[in-house]
Write a protein that binds this ligand. Sequence first.
Ligand SMILES: [Zn+2]
Length: 311
Amino acid sequence: MAKSVLSAPHFQTEAAAFAYVEAELWPNGPVCPHCGETARIGQLNGKTTRAGLRKCYACKKPFTVRMGTLFEDSHLPLHLWLQIIHLMCASKKGIATRQIQRMLKCSMKTAWFLGHRIRLAMDPGSTAGQLGGSGKTVEADETFISKSPKTKWTADEQERPGPRRPKAQILSLVERGGNIRSMSLDHRMVGPFLYEHVHKDSRLVSDGAQHYKFPPVASHESVDHSKYEWARGDVHTNTLEGFFSIFKRGIIGVYQHVSTAHFDRYLAEFDFRMNNRAKLGVDDVQRAAIAVRGAKGKRLTYQTIGEEAGA
Ligand SMILES: [Zn+2]
């Protein structure tokens, strides 16, 4: 499958890859990242010139479309970036770091970091907008993520001294027929998470967990999972069950040794595919284009991500 799809020119040559990314990031033509000039810009051609190199005749500086994006700090050719982005966007459960490493013939560290940069491109951040609204229902539910009671969760946790930490939990919110938003569950943050992501005029349905008491929304109904009540009419969180199942299969089957410190990044990846799913009219090609546009204005350094991991 992948082979025929990846035969498209922008996956194969740098010139075509630059043309593709430029069309996505500069829909109205090139913009100088130094001074904002849009008119007096020339393309530098020549045998020794890097692909995509431009010159701004206003500020006299050279630039490419990679500047000011996640692609900037990378030596990886753009057409290889696009291959990995495409695969991550098209694979329901994500793609293993090992597979990236084999495709690019790079180190595991490089492959792992590349995956995280693409996850950042998939993360809409503060531009996501709220779920729900008047007349709309938002489901909230949480689930445990673990391999088995005997398996400790991650390598980095195994190395940590002290008592075993509880199993990881995630919390997701989904607007029925719409978008999803997930986070690794921190009980103290549930209120702020709801406040930020759910429109106040929404109807919220959840289980009876304590952290849903007094939600910042117009109405709230719950089923009592602790009393084996899963649905009462349309009060249920069944929409999230399918998502949880895909996330678990991805985390356990594809990504394997995921540190809980990086959970939110993986959730952003799985949320992204869910929010841009075929059912909502987004195909593989469009989904990859959305991820490419998400690379704009974002930076992620290995140092930052290493510190987050406690490495
Ligand atoms: Zn300029």
